[in-house]
Design a protein around this ligand. Structure first.
Ligand SMILES: N[C@@H](CCC(=O)N[C@@H](CS)C(=O)NCC(=O)O)C(=O)O
Length: 205
């Protein structure tokens, strides 16, 4: 019998969405139960499962815990017996992983901008810190605008980029659409190509 898994993730986490998209695309939805986690709750078992207290993590029946999102996606495609999301070897694999890191960097910077608003006391906002994060996002967007992944192919980099845009649109740490018409078109094309994108959208805030 095939093993079942637990995914610790909220439905609003952009990194969790990467994994939820992979689960959907790989046809593994029946084998993964999603159990939400609260990253701010000290008593949540998440901190025992991942000492970093970050989600998503994937729990295996033997007690193994896998993180982060890229590791989980790689594992899921292995158990699905495919290389559909990421080539197994060769330069194309490492190019796809590098693009994924770039897209995840957008999400990381966007999260830090959102956390800035959430964690800092009023009057302690650091415009310099926000500008530093915005710079990362702007440079990464420029790089993607020059060479976007194929929007008609659901690879790990396209998933990561789609989830980064989904998060920018949802939490709105900064406006990105106005100056990046090619990426807006890219997202529309990717969303048309891959129905799992709409299926994994965060619930309305
Ligand atoms: N590199 C990690 C990033 C995970 C991450 O930053 N998750 C956020 C939620 S989307 C989180 O758990 N934040 C809580 C914290 O940083 O304490 C991945 O790809 O899974």
């Amino acid at each position: 019998m095939s093993e079942n898994y637990v995914l610790r993730s909220t439905l609003t986490s952009p990194f969790g969405r990467k994994v939820r998209m992979a689960i959907d695309v790989l046809g593994l939805s029946d084998r993964v139960t999603i159990i939400p986690a609260d990253t701010l709750d000290e008593t949540d078992t998440l901190r025992q499962q991942n000492p970093l207290g970050k989600l998503p993590c994937l729990l295996l029946a033997d007690g193994t815990v896998l993180y982060d999102s890229v590791v989980i996606v790689e594992f899921l495609q292995e158990i699905a017996g495919t290389d559909r999301l990421l080539p197994l070897r060769g330069l194309e694999r490492y190019k796809a992983l590098t693009l994924t890191t770039l897209a995840d960097g957008i999400t990381d910077a966007a999260l830090l901008m959102v956390y800035e608003g959430r964690f800092r006391d009023q009057g302690m906002y650091s415009e310099r810190w926000l500008k530093h994060q915005r710079g990362k996002i702007m440079r990464a967007l420029a790089a993607f605008e020059a060479a976007p992944p194929d929007p008609h192919k659901t690879g790990i980099a396209a998933i990561a980029l789609g989830c980064a845009f989904g998060y920018l649109d949802w939490r709105k740490p900064m406006e990105w659409r106005g100056e990046h018409p090619r990426l807006v078109e890219w997202l529309d094309a990717f969303a048309r190509h891959e129905p799992a994108y709409a299926r994994t959208r965060a619930p309305a805030a």
